[in-house]
Design a protein around this ligand. Sequence first.
Ligand SMILES: [Zn+2]
Length: 432
Amino acid sequence: MAHAVTYVDSWDHRDLHIEVHQLRRLNELLLFAAQYNEFYREKLHDVVLPIRDMGALRKLPFTRKQELVEDQVQHPPYGRNHSYPASKYVRYHQTSGTTGKPLKVLDTQQSWEWWTDCWLDVLHSAGVTAHDRVFLAFSFGPFIGFWAAYEGAEKLGALVIAGGGQGSVERLTSIVTNEATVILCTPSYALHLAEVAKENGIDIRNSHVKKLIHAGEPGASIPAVRDAIETAWGAKCYDHSGMTEMGAYGYSCHEQCGLHVNEREFLAEIVDPKTLEPVASGETGELVLTNLGRYGFPLIRYRTGDIVLRSDEPCACGNPYRLLPGGILGRADDMVVVRGVNVYPQSLEAIIREFEEVTEFRIIYETVEEMVQVKLQVEAPDSVVQPLASKLRQRVGLRIEVETVPANTLPRFEMKARRILDLRPKPGTLAR
Ligand SMILES: [Zn+2]
């Protein structure tokens, strides 16, 4: 398939060429950061630069989100991870802070251009062109969500329609009347829009929408979620992964088998979260990323907390960049161990979404007699309970209680969905 993503080189010489490119970019970044960035000057103090090979990468210190947050507390308001004078910065964003204090992130004009260019690769990989009309079903706020996508689509020459400040019916009407061909939103919201379209008799299957590009949650790489969205919209789904603090680092291709890491601009390692050693091919581990071109806010060996599968197999689409099969498999933070079984919300969602009667759900973690228990609430008819519970038992290997709740009682999400209700006592509080 012909598309305009610029790769470092073809798959034939993948390892050597990508590595040579990455080592050069990495050394440029390290030398720059060690000189101009106060946060990294301190962290890289004992490192001999330039590094000679990728093996030496493993000797560099990791960066954790907590360090960045604490640095901003110590040096308010923006911390020390900035390489230029304050007047050079033009963009402000912050993390959603669903799992802690929000992190403030600034970009220079150059680092923002870099973000936008990374989004161009996402759009190219999904086959979006200047002929498309791109609708962004999203409220534009301080979160990074879709800002760079907006500007990337504009750079591509597509017609861009912002759907901020609108309700779901208004958005659907705008999508239909403007003959939008591409929708950008979270996977949860694509399903919610489909639900609202059905209730209001709006025909989205026969609309001009051909593609949906998702971000914010891993849903588009979960086959049952993807199927549900594709069926409801009569369109093809693409996945994308990015982080406010890191950049737009991954995208899916027409093979729909996972996420490619944009290795032109990011360096990916997959490590065991306990030993911090690289995992072998076929094993899962935590994704560690380095952004090679965001000089205004660099991150070196950043522990993303995302669990991915390492594979050394090339993707059938011809893109030589590393494929993460199945995309993001879960968050290290969201995993619970129940009677020795590792449970990720994503693996439960993959099963729940096979039941199309379920319109919304919530996963509850609680402690019963000092044991972690997982319970499910679903908006669905009672007839779903038995078959869902038995499928969960078969596939997860655990008995998980399923209860139905009335329609439209569980929260709906436009941004990152938070479908976990954690009722376990927090450390330091008294269990009751
Ligand atoms: Zn591919």
